[in-house]
Design a protein. Structure first.
Length: 661
């Protein structure tokens, strides 16, 4: 085959008149002869890995100039990478699934900074393969929008996929190109045959496997031989000629090794969970039927020993609790530790609450958080002294011009006002003010249903904010029981409904139940990444408003990550949002901090009721890691507002009677 190829190519390149034409020259007309006599301008480009370059020498006997012009392709410079991103996307052709599109500067900067390599005094370079994956993901994003009737001409930062799971998403996307009935078999083929686990390590290597060996395995899993071609066309494997004249296949690139292995581990974990479930069901049935014969008990004992070899005690404990207690709240494996920390934290928050209205060090916003963390506790403020002190401070600090509260001078603050009004509602203080605190929220709701963080001057552009919208909705919801005017109550409910719809429409990632700080409007402001803190707040808000969000709840539970559970409970996310004037000058910066772990705990407790066995098991394991990492001394050293929010989360998890609204 090689010999035929090189001779045909040599004839194409070097022969002015091919032999087949010479032999049939008498049968050609003048026009045909003239046409066939014209020189053909042929250029041939070979692309080959550097370690295979020696194979080209076997062609030089008939193609003597083959190795004359050689170019080694290195990593791209930053400018070359920029052009590699922009130019292909700008090409217009009916052959493409999408229209031409561009990238804004923020998106380009994010991509280039993510994939650039190089240290001080070295050239910064970018690997082409990484660009291929990210650009494909962006094109898929444009194509998805087209399918929904939206023509988007530009990729901005919010359109970029998560860099954390870029290769995992790529692997899933490529597998989904295969027919649905072959996807699982394709994964099985890759996992079991083309990856080698290095003994006594957690390392993996891709290995080349002969085609005949793979065909035998394909037959065993009852898949068609064409599955190899499908995987090759999906750029998941590549084919190379081996030393015995046949072909070998290997996984296309090292970057997709981890996604393949991780998906295999996830599937094995789900299968193991099913085995536990089957064991527990069988055990329950045996107990119910009272057939504890010697054979049955021996069989069950052997089964338990085998299962224990696969699972840790925590998994078995949570599995048993989920199956037999059927609680709609998470299982706490170490309640004694959680009770001890919560009790200690509650004492500290009570001591702070006793200083409300007695010191200027505690503003009304912080005071409202302290009291929200303590309400429904039978031992707290039995004589209502602290509640009265709080009311006195709230009345004194209120901006009576429009019945709102401020954290900063001259800026009416929706964030602070919403927290305060929310606490007023649960404490029954809604109607204890000389003006309507609810009217402030109703009158500043945007037409789209959301609220801004601040009420800023007209020359400063304002933005709908997830944080402010969630807390405003909580404030309205908590105040409703105190409203006797039915017309006003209907107005509040209508406002809540609009706000709920905004939250549902602006979700940044539905499959993971994730929101961003601000609504993503192209061209108006810089895009912001999703916030796990705000996502927890948003999900909890939708749950207390009674929305039918069981799918979002399940997605939330499914997306919990162990790495998040292990971070410091005092860790905060920062908005860092610039509010701009009409001439784009920065007039004000929102530097709101949101605690990451507490709102994820609250959302997990709220969502737990809608989880299936696997999702509840994951949630319980996640919470177990959080509790394991709790440190009372660390919590005690943080700010008062942070202590209050941590206490809210821990009480919501621990105390069934503490219904945080």
């Amino acid at each position: 085959m090689q010999d035929a190829f090189k001779r045909e190519l040599a004839e194409l390149l070097y022969t002015a008149v091919p032999n087949i034409i010479r032999e049939n020259i008498d049968n050609l007309s003048h026009d045909e002869y003239d046409m066939l006599s014209e020189n053909i301008d042929v250029h041939v480009l070979f692309s080959i890995r550097s370690d295979r370059l020696s194979s080209m020498h076997s062609l030089t006997d008939v193609l003597p100039n083959l190795l004359k012009n050689r170019f080694e392709i290195h990593s791209l410079s930053t400018e070359q990478a920029r052009q590699a991103i922009l130019k292909p996307a700008a090409i217009e052709s009916e052959m493409f699934a999408t229209h031409p599109f561009g990238y804004d500067e923020d998106a380009l900067s994010s991509i280039l900074s993510q994939f650039s390599t190089g240290r001080d005094n070295e050239n910064i370079t970018v690997e082409p393969f990484h660009l291929q994956i990210i650009c494909q993901a962006c094109e898929v994003r444009i194509e998805d929008k087209l399918k929904h009737g939206e023509v988007d001409q530009q990729i901005n930062k919010s359109d970029l996929p998560s860099f954390d799971n870029l290769y995992g998403d790529y692997y899933k996307r490529q597998i989904e190109q295969l027919p649905e009935e072959l996807r699982e078999k394709a994964q099985q083929l890759l996992e079991n045959n083309l990856i080698h686990t290095v003994p006594n390590t957690n390392e993996y290597r891709r290995i080349p496997v002969d085609k005949d060996v793979l065909i035998s395995e394909i037959t065993n899993i009852k898949a068609p031989p064409e599955i190899l071609d499908m995987l090759e066309q999906a750029f998941l494997i590549r084919r190379e000629q081996n030393s015995v004249g046949g072909y070998s296949y290997e996984i296309a690139h090292d970057t997709i090794l981890d996604p393949i292995v991780n998906i295999k581990k996830q599937r094995q974990e789900r299968e193991n969970e099913k085995k536990i479930a089957q064991l527990l069901i069988s055990k329950k049935r045996i107990e119910r039927e009272r057939i504890f014969g010697r054979i049955t008990l021996a069989f069950l004992s052997l089964w338990l020993i085998a299962i224990l070899a696969y699972f840790n005690w925590e998994t078995i404990y949570f599995s048993y609790k989920i199956f037999f207690e059927k609680d709609e709240r998470p299982v706490i494996r170490k309640p004694e530790k959680l009770i001890l920390i919560t009790s200690k934290l509650k004492e500290e928050v009570i001591n702070s609450a006793r200083q409300v209205n007695r010191t200027s060090d505690i503003n009304t916003w912080e005071a409202s958080q302290l009291l929200a963390a303590l309400y429904h506790d039978p031992a707290f403020d039995q004589n209502n002294n602290i509640k009265i002190q709080y009311l006195n401070q709230a009345q004194k600090s209120m901006n009576k011009a429009n019945c709102s509260w401020r954290e900063m001078v001259d800026i009416d603050d929706v964030r602070a006002t919403s927290w305060i009004v929310s606490t007023n509602g649960i404490l029954g203080l809604t109607n204890r003010f000389s003006c309507s605190t609810l009217n402030f929220l109703l009158s500043h709701q945007d037409s789209n249903g959301a609220w801004p963080m601040f009420i800023l001057p007209k020359h400063v552009r304002n933005y709908s904010a997830t944080y402010a919208t969630c807390h405003a909705l909580r404030a309205l919801h908590n105040s409703l029981p105190n409203i006797k005017d039915s017309l006003f109550a209907r107005q509040i409910r209508a406002s809540i409904q609009k706000g709920k719809q905004w939250l549902l429409q602006t979700i940044a990632d539905k499959s993971h139940a994730r929101w961003s700080d601000y609504e993503q409007k192209e061209g108006e402001y810089e895009s912001l990444a999703v916030s796990k803190s705000l996502s927890g707040l948003s999900l909890h808000t939708l749950n207390i408003l009674g929305n039918d969000i069981d799918t979002l709840n399940k997605n939330w539970l499914r997306s919990l990550e162990k790495a998040d559970a292990a971070v410091d409970i005092n860790l905060r996310e920062r908005s860092d949002k610039n509010f701009k004037t009409d001439n784009t000058a920065v007039a004000y910066t929102d530097a709101t901090r949101q605690l990451v772990i507490p709102w994820q705990i609250i959302a997990t407790v709220s969502a737990y009721k809608d989880g299936d066995f696997s999702e509840k098991l994951k949630a319980n394991k996640w919470i177990d890691i959080v509790i394991e990492n709790l440190d009372a001394d660390k919590i005690g050293k943080t700010d008062r507002f942070a202590k209050a929010e941590v206490l809210i989360a821990l009480r919501y998890l621990l105390e069934e009677d503490y219904d945080f609204k």
